[in-house]
Design a protein around this ligand. Structure first.
Ligand SMILES: [Fe+2]
Ligand SMILES: [Fe+2]
Length: 171
């Protein structure tokens, strides 16, 4: 635990920060696995573009899990040690892919990103002006999640537009 580092935290219980970060940590692992498996099973039109995006997001979520775990340790906490705990601590849950079609996979993923944006926005509100280091980390992750939502939405729009054009040409 970083004693001097933690002494600069003002007006906020460190355990509250650790609890919030552990919940986000559970979300990141579940998001990582969701993207990992979606990239494997996705089917349909323009799936190569979707796979590239999903794999990139998986790598980003794993990097976020690393950042959050390191901060929990700095604060004197312990990152969740058992994967079973991911399901009891998660904010955003896990959206098991049931329909492997690219449009449905992208819809599931966009929902996940929107949840992540809310989670990190709340953590930024909690730590702003109180725990500068955590604030900086959650702000960086928040920016990534906003970019993720945008990337997925843009791909979703391209694919659905493409499908509409094909249908028009057939009729
Ligand atoms: Fe993330
Ligand atoms: Fe994300």
């Amino acid at each position: 635990m970083a004693r001097r580092g933690n002494s600069i935290i003002k007006g906020l219980n460190i355990n509250t920060i650790i609890t919030g970060l552990n919940k986000a940590y559970a979300d990141e692992w579940l998001a990582y696995y969701q993207y990992f498996i979606e990239a494997k099973v996705v089917k349909g039109i323009m799936k190569d573009a979707a796979i590239a995006e999903l794999e990139q997001h998986a790598a980003d979520e794993l990097r976020h899990a690393n950042m959050v775990a390191d901060r929990i340790l700095q604060l004197g906490g312990t990152p969740l040690l058992n994967p079973q705990d991911w399901f009891t601590h998660t904010n955003c849950g896990y959206e098991e892919p049931k329909n492997f079609d690219v449009v449905s996979i992208l819809e599931d993923s966009i929902k996940g990103e929107q949840c992540a944006i809310s989670v990190y926005s709340e953590l930024a509100d909690l730590t702003r002006d109180k725990d500068i280091v955590t604030y900086d980390i959650v702000s960086q992750i928040l920016a990534d999640e906003v970019e993720h939502e945008e990337d997925l939405q843009a791909l979703f729009d391209d694919i659905t537009e493409f499908i509409t054009d094909i249908k028009k040409n057939i009729n």
